[in-house]
Design a protein around this ligand. Sequence first.
Ligand code: PHE
Length: 334
Amino acid sequence: MFENLKKDALKQIETANDLQQLEKVRVALLGKKGVITEQVKSIGKLPPQERPEAGKILNQLKNEVEEAIEKKKEELQKKESGKLSPKLWVDVTLPGARRRVGHRHPISKTLEEIETIFVSMGFKIVEGPEIEDSWHNFDALNTPEWHPARDEHDSFYINDLLLRTHTSPVQIRTMLSEQPPIAIISPGRVYRRDYDATHLPMFTQVEGLYVNEDVSVAHLKYVLERFAQQIFGKERQIRLRPSFFPFTEPSFEVDVSCGVCGGKGCQACGYTGWLEILGAGMVHPNVFKNVGYDPQKWTGFAFGMGVERITMLKYNIKDIRDFVRNDKRFLENF
Ligand code: PHE
């Protein structure tokens, strides 16, 4: 009795291969209109003497089927919990999320290059304070009270102190604390009240100072030419043009030959063939006097360059303000 029903029910349960299908099987067997349920209902139609026996068998069958469903359910749940739902499927062939790599700032990069070049020529790196007094920033550098560089509009003053307007005060501090021969460069930030496409109120300079006996303009030119060729390229040349700085005599503006036209003249160099890169000169005797050096015995050269300017020339950057905009699309190029 009911043997076929049982066999069929167990087979259906066994072949269900996911929880959804198993649920369908359960409803078909034990639901309100399920086959087994119908059988149970129909017991009442049997002759009274057959009812207890049929009831017993059917009850047992129902229990067995329920147990089998429960067992199968556990089995399928275990299997399916190990799987990801299709909603969470990942296409492993897609390229990964890109992690952006940080970049050195172009100014830091150029500064490090400049330092490496001068260190290889025997210069030592010295740093000085960004907040200076006017004696170190001006007076000791032979820059008298009336000089336009002392105009309040060019400098940031804080009572008697100021943000240094150049790295030249480090020359003074070094000569006060050391005796010649001296060969130093001094990198650092300087401050002026200026802001446009070629000026920032805070920018970076590298000062150079060489003091020894019998130093001449030829030494200055040699060192700066080596520098220019290492930072811009072997084929570059430099020239010295007469200029004026209170702390050097003679003073020069130093130009490098244009890398675009090779010196013939083009738009990049304003049709002159040359690009200005720095200021330089022979240390003024008054500067030596101010630090207690004998100007009869000691001679020297000094130079000062803007790192932003060098970087702009090297990479053909048109607006100095790009260095401080923190735009990754710009910074990523270096
Ligand atoms: N200090 C000068 C400036 O800031 C540059 C300079 C340095 C010139 C040393 C000559 C010698 O413009």
